[in-house]
Design a protein around this ligand. Structure first.
Ligand code: HEC
Length: 261
């Protein structure tokens, strides 16, 4: 027999010591439980998880309502979007690869007849548009001169030009397609070595403002040009440069002896 367990005093002390440790541990647990519980319920992790569930639910609901039907209709919708939503650059012919079948088809296609809303020539010019056009004229001034008088051997004048004061259709199309000579401007025939290249990279607003500016500067006085008028001719971008016979006659193209080249 073990002598320790036979000792009554030892057994008594061990019993009470064990019991005390047990109770101390129990009390500790009782004290800790609410603390751990509370800590868990409002911890940052718990809140984040709850938020994720909430967001996901909202997303699923939004997706379900956007699809308006069974999952199969998704394919139909995506297909329709792809067919109808051609990128703007392709739609406007701004990105046609030279020599490609599209480019060839465009070159030989007859010009569409475009009709545009006229602007009242008496209507005041918007100063903001005029200023924007003046800034945009930086593009033109190397060839047509700061004062619009043209540069001999490079470009004809815009000052008092029958074309600048004439139909806006001509001016818009010159911007979008370029212009190749010979060309008679206010009675003087110009045969310049380099044609005017298209400036179609400009936005509708930029073309409208620069044309409004030249039509009301350098002694010219004519109606403003609107972005809507420019937009109507965007389909011509990519076509070959215009020649004088493509332009609407202005009634002021009679040729006289060249004196300004
Ligand atoms: C690289 C030189 C060059 C630039 C830049 C240029 N043009 Fe021209 N432009 C010409 C030439 C050259 C002609 C005549 C075409 C020909 O005879 O081949 C012309 C013709 C014109 C005409 C018709 C003729 C006339 O004198 O009235 C207008 C209008 C015109 N340009 C406006 C503009 C405007 C507006 C800009 C700026 C957005 C511009 N051009 C930029 C070279 C240029």
């Amino acid at each position: 027999m073990d002598t320790v367990s036979d000792n009554p005093l030892r057994r008594f002390t061990s019993f009470w010591l064990g019991l005390s440790i047990f109770f101390a541990f129990a009390i500790l647990c009782v004290l800790l439980v609410p603390f751990l519980k509370g800590k868990k319920s409002d911890s940052a992790d718990g809140a984040a998880a709850a938020k994720r569930v909430e967001i996901r639910k909202a997303m699923e609901e939004a997706q379900a309502s956007a699809l308006k039907g069974s999952p199969e209709t998704v394919f139909g919708q995506v297909g329709n979007d792809l067919l109808t939503g051609r990128p703007e650059a392709v739609r406007d012919n701004a990105q046609v690869v030279p020599g490609s079948p599209t480019a060839v088809a465009l070159q030989s296609a007859p010009d569409e007849v475009v009709t545009i809303a006229k602007v009242d020539p008496e209507a005041p010019i918007d100063p903001a548009v005029f200023e924007a056009g003046k800034a945009q004229y930086i593009l033109c001034q190397a060839c047509h001169g700061v004062t619009g008088d043209g540069v001999p051997g490079l470009a004809p004048p815009l000052a008092n030009s029958n074309w600048v004061g004439g139909p806006v259709e001509n001016l818009i199309r010159i911007q979008l397609r370029g212009l190749t000579g010979p060309l008679t401007v206010s009675g003087t025939k110009y045969e310049l070595p380099v044609p005017m290249v298209a400036q179609a990279f400009q936005t509708d607003e930029q073309i409208a403002s620069v044309l409004t500016y030249v039509r009301n500067s350098f002694g010219n006085k004519a109606s403003a040009v609107t972005p809507e008028q420019v937009k109507a001719f965007r389909g011509e971008v990519g076509k070959p440069a215009l020649t004088e016979k493509d332009l609407i006659p202005t009634g002021d193209t009679a040729e006289v002896t060249p004196n300004d080249q």
